[in-house]
Design a protein around this ligand. Structure first.
Ligand code: EPZ
Length: 417
């Protein structure tokens, strides 16, 4: 198990390419089992969650090869339709294989998924949607058995909440269903659009991804394709936070500005300035940031829950009070206790966190508790006086590719031991 040591107080400078998106790559890898031939995925990040997906694909009988950031998947005619509990437990998005296996084999045997402990994470919307498409689902002793002996059929599905995973699961399943599926109140996240782009390149007919209503005309067969995974907007937000908390100027490459439209104004409010040129974005932070105002997490195009923790690190040393309202997950303030160890002044009441910026943070041994919280501890450590030690990099490695190296290349003092 690795730990991180961060010596705070260094200014960052330089350019960094934002890695490919984990949350885009995971559903796309699952969807790859729908198509015949060899898929080629470029810009696929090197992360433990991606390794778990690869393990699942290989277990199912797919041929998967990796050359750096390029992954090839030939997954037609799989030999299995079950995923062992230990693989399901490693990440929540393993539930996306339900739609993919139903679409490709007409059946799936899974268990309830695991993932970061950020609150109750039910899968009722996934199950009810697949049922509407004709899947018979039995839940027994933690096992989930899905069957659609005559194949899935198109359906009208109105989601009670625009769940990202449920929208993706339905889109994947519907691409090989008989007839047309219409999802209303669908998630509008950029990762949903990336999945639709991939499916359409395979010959699927997915319309309206990114709008509230997605229409999918099912196809009997799909063909493998080449696809480049979009840049990770949450990693971009994390690096922006690193620049803001250290009063630095850095350039991020491979940025899609529209993906960051709800995040950039928070940094502007804090006094940061931006310059854009093609897919490059320069962020210049003042020596001391101002309050970030009021940040309410909500589904896209709102402020993303995944960026809440890194921006809270910035707020902890800002001049003034920043208020966060976390509306997506119930238990997403686990980093707060660790920030307080560094000297932050934060009060949490239910889903609201009030952060009164302090003059300085002071290093302390910290305990990583989930993915985005871990990234936020790294950001806070960059500003803390002394050497901050983070007990494990296990969570970080689920979503950030070599964050220690990326920050070191920008001039930070971060070492993995
Ligand atoms: C995706 O999770 C992301 N994961 C999460 O990223 C992200 O935080 C989340 O979307 C919100 O943007 C992946 O894409 C792999 P949801 P997902 O279904 O699909 C409730 C990260 O750090 N809900 O939109 O699981 C749910 O409990 C991660 O990278 C139900 O009630 O999110 C939550 O409160 C963590 N029933 C809310 O909806 C359901 O059937 C949003 O969940 C499904 C969801």
């Amino acid at each position: 198990m690795s730990r991180l040591l961060i010596e705070g107080g260094r200014t960052l400078r330089g350019e960094v390419k934002v890695q490919g998106s984990k949350n885009s790559a995971l559903p796309i890898l699952a969807a790859s089992i729908l198509s015949k031939g060899e898929n080629v995925f470029y810009n696929c990040p090197l992360l433990s969650d991606i390794d778990t997906s690869v393990k699942i694909l290989r277990y199912l009988g797919a041929k998967v090869n990796r050359h750096g950031h390029t992954l090839t998947v030939d997954a037609f005619d799989l030999s299995r339709d079950d995923i062992p509990a230990d693989m399901m437990r490693q990440m929540r998005s393993s539930i996306i294989f339900a739609g993919a296996l139903l679409g490709s084999k007409g059946k799936a045997r899974l268990t309830f998924p695991g993932g970061c402990e950020i609150g109750p994470r039910p899968i009722d919307l996934h199950l009810s949607s697949l049922r509407r498409m004709g899947a018979l689902i039995k839940e027994r002793h933690g096992q989930l058995i899905f069957e659609a002996p005559k194949g899935l059929k198109g359906a009208e599905i109105a989601l009670s909440f625009p769940s990202v995973g449920a929208t993706e699961n339905i889109m994947i399943a519907a691409s090989r269903a008989k007839g047309t599926t219409v999802i209303t109140n669908a998630a509008r996240e950029p990762e949903v659009i990336d999945l639709a782009d991939y499916l359409n390149k395979c010959g699927a007919c997915v319309y309206g991804a990114g709008d509230g209503t997605v229409v999918i005309d099912g196809k009997e067969s799909l063909s493998a394709t080449a696809h480049s995974i979009m840049a990770d907007r949450i990693v971009a937000a994390t690096l922006m936070s690193a620049a803001a908390i250290t009063g630095s100027e850095i350039v991020l490459e491979s940025v899609v500005k529209s993906h960051l439209d709800a995040i950039i104004p928070c940094f502007k409010q804090a006094g940061c300035e931006f310059e854009f040129s093609g897919s490059k974005m320069k962020i210049s932070a003042p020596e001391k940031v101002r309050s970030l105002g009021l940040l309410r997490t909500s589904p896209f195009p709102g402020f993303p829950t995944d960026a809440q923790a890194p921006l809270m690190a910035v707020a902890s040393v800002a001049d003034g009070i920043t208020v966060f309202s976390e509306n997506i997950f119930e238990n997403r303030y686990k980093h707060v206790g660790e920030f307080i160890r560094l000297g932050a002044d934060i009060k949490v009441e239910g889903k609201v966190a009030v952060v009164e910026g302090v003059k300085k943070l002071y290093s302390a041994p910290l305990c990583a508790k989930d993915l985005r919280g871990s990234a936020a501890l790294v950001v806070a450590g960059l500003a803390a006086e002394g050497t901050t030690e983070i007990d494990t990099t296990e969570y970080l490695e689920r979503g950030y590719e070599d964050l220690d190296v990326v920050l070191k290349n920008l001039g930070a003092s971060v070492s993995k031991i």
